[in-house]
Design a protein around this ligand. Structure first.
Ligand code: PLP
Length: 388
């Protein structure tokens, strides 16, 4: 039996591992399976490979290798940065985040709220953009950390982290950015951006799940979140996930060499977006058109429930998402779209398509050719009905 062909437009949820990455993981499991902390030569080879991976990740971020702490993924990196900031902050009790952060940030700070921390959620406008003046206004003497993502996972909107970092520096407040969705899609330069912490994840960049890294600016005090052995220079306990780390290093090397190809991804995204908005009446783009990562589009299809659209797309072999993967399946509309002031109905009719280097023009053409009919059919049966 032939496997059904898949048209994958959900790269913000996860990405397909590159062949070179798969190869190095196999190599790692077959030949380099020693514990990097062991003293003999066999293990020193593994240690050497981790060192090379650290250098590759640092090069991708314009960081120093010593500033990279390997973790189990974006979620752990984010939790660790915020945990460290509040633990090193002389009992400061105020945290500032944007209202459109990923659940890895949102739910972590909400858990801290229950322990007595005060959280300020920065508002965004209808395009998902932040007002820097509000950032300046909400910081107080009691603020331990500000955390604003570099790019939003649902709309792709890019945030002015360099400017926010400058405000935080002036006010002597630590700044963290969740760069999970920016990695490999737009340049990241931690020196230029002036951030204190930056979180990344390997599986969003064609590598393994369960692997990530936290950039910690040299000289910043740091308290580990995962406490155990002295791995990662005492900044993260636990035997290293060697296949994950080494594969992440390989993915970083490939991403650096591919950054010039990002225009092709942008061209495909724009073709998809322009065509859907033109061919299907009652469609709306969610998020600032000219301030987005190049692979993401988020479109509302009036009077149709996104879950119904996803069901039809799935039958046609198309993978997409109604928001962040962590909340899909839930009935609540996306907190990001609601924070932008969109109606519940518009938020509940939104679909995110996210592309990668692997998408082809033929795949985009296929999606453009099937979606107008899917929407027409669903609208014909829609209880919410309207006539366009
Ligand atoms: N931050 C953003 C913006 C994300 O999109 C994700 C994953 O969807 C995460 C954090 C969490 O990363 P991980 O899956 O590696 O824990």
């Amino acid at each position: 039996m032939n496997a059904k062909r898949i048209y994958y437009f959900d790269n913000n949820a996860t990405t397909q591992p590159t062949p070179e990455v798969i190869e190095i993981i196999q190599d790692c499991l077959n030949k380099y399976w020693g514990n990097p902390s062991s003293g003999y030569e066999f293990a020193r080879g593994v240690k050497q490979m981790i060192k090379a991976a650290r250098q590759n990740i640092a090069a991708l971020l314009n960081a120093e290798p010593g500033e990279i702490v390997f973790t189990s993924g974006g979620t752990e990196s984010i939790n660790s940065a915020i945990h460290s900031a509040i633990s090193c902050s002389d009992n400061k009790k105020h945290i500032v985040i944007s209202s459109v952060e990923h659940h890895a940030t949102l739910n972590f700070v909400k858990s801290l709220e229950k322990k007595g921390y005060k959280i300020t959620f920065l508002p965004v406008n209808s395009e998902g953009l932040l007002d820097l003046k509000i950032v300046e206004k909400v910081i107080t003497e009691d603020t331990a950390i500000v955390s604003v993502m570099m790019a939003n996972n649902e709309t792709g909107v890019i945030y002015p982290v360099e400017e926010i970092a400058a405000i935080c520096r002036e006010r002597r407040v630590l700044f963290h950015t969740d760069a999970v969705q920016a990695l490999g899609k737009i340049p990241i330069d931690v020196k230029k951006m002036g951030v204190d912490f930056l979180s990344i994840s390997a599986h969003k960049m064609h590598s393994l799940k369960g692997t990530g890294a936290l950039y910690v600016r040299a000289g910043k005090p740091f308290k580990p979140y995962i406490i155990g052995g002295n791995q990662e220079q005492g900044r993260r306990g636990g035997t290293e996930n060697t296949p994950g780390i080494i594969a992440f290093g390989k993915a970083a090397e490939i991403a650096l060499s591919r950054i010039g190809q990002v225009d092709r991804v942008r061209h495909l995204r724009d073709k998809l977006e322009d065509s859907l908005l033109r061919l299907i009446p009652g469609t709306y783009l969610n998020g600032a058109k000219n301030c987005r990562i190049p692979n993401t589009t988020n479109i509302s299809f009036s009077f149709v429930d996104s879950e119904a659209i996803l069901y039809e797309l799935d039958k046609a072999g198309v993978c997409a998402s109604s928001g962040s993967a962590c909340s899909s399946g839930g009935i609540e509309p996306s907190h990001t779209l609601l924070a932008m002031g969109l109606s519940r109905q518009r938020a509940k009719s939104a679909i995110r398509f996210s592309l990668s280097y692997y998408n082809t023009e033929e795949e985009v053409d296929y999606l453009i050719s099937i979606l107008p009919d899917i929407i027409k059919k669903l609208r014909a049966n829609s209880p919410l009905i309207f006539r366009l």
